[in-house]
Ligand binder design. Structure first.
Ligand code: HEM
Length: 147
């Protein structure tokens, strides 16, 4: 019995062979990095602190993000996972859409959402302040110094 494999539905990819190659390499490199980033993230959040998941609250996040190490760790997870997931979805869209207009709309939407989430997430990581100056005392967590 012989199996006939149809020509892949991705004529666009062949025109831009190098971009597709770099995308392919990115998926493997970022995937390997994400295994390390995600496992350390889970161990640091769930295994190391006493109380497991119950230990994760506002103060826990504030404590972690007071350290530049964890800010950069989380930033790497944010950027690598979002670009990895978006590029993976782009591959699926390229494989399955038949109309060029639908494909373009979906791919542009994907990168638009990815960019917005990366910008917002990066701002949150680096501007997060658990005790903002001038905030009403009753809105601040108990560990903030009295202003
Ligand atoms: C834990 C670490 C991860 C590893 C080792 C990993 C690895 C990979 C690899 C090697 C591919 C390419 C598969 C291929 O070309 O056939 C891939 C595809 C993909 N990944 Fe990941 N990944 C990880 C995490 C994630 C995360 C966090 C997301 C979502 C944000 C994600 C979403 C996707 C998507 C949507 C695809 C495309 C699937 C397809 O082509 O059918 N992955 N992943």
């Amino acid at each position: 019995m012989s199996v006939v494999i149809e020509t892949p539905n991705s004529p666009r990819s062949r025109k831009q062979a190098n971009w597709e190659k770099y995308g392919w390499i990115y998926m493997r490199v970022s995937g390997a990095a994400l295994v390390v980033l995600i496992f350390v993230h889970l161990i640091a959040n769930l295994v190391v602190p006493d109380g497991g998941i119950k230990a994760i609250d506002f103060a826990f996040v504030a404590g972690k993000w007071a350290a530049p190490f964890w800010q950069w760790w989380d930033l790497a997870m944010l950027w690598l996972a979002l670009i990895h997931g978006t590029n993976g979805m782009r591959t699926i869209v390229n494989d399955y859409t038949e109309k060029e207009g639908v494909r373009k709309t979906l791919v542009v939407s994907l990168w638009g959402v990815c960019t917005a989430l990366i910008v917002l997430g990066t701002l949150v990581i680096f501007t997060f302040d658990p005790c903002p100056a001038g905030a009403a005392a009753e809105l601040l967590p108990s560990f903030c110094p009295v202003q």
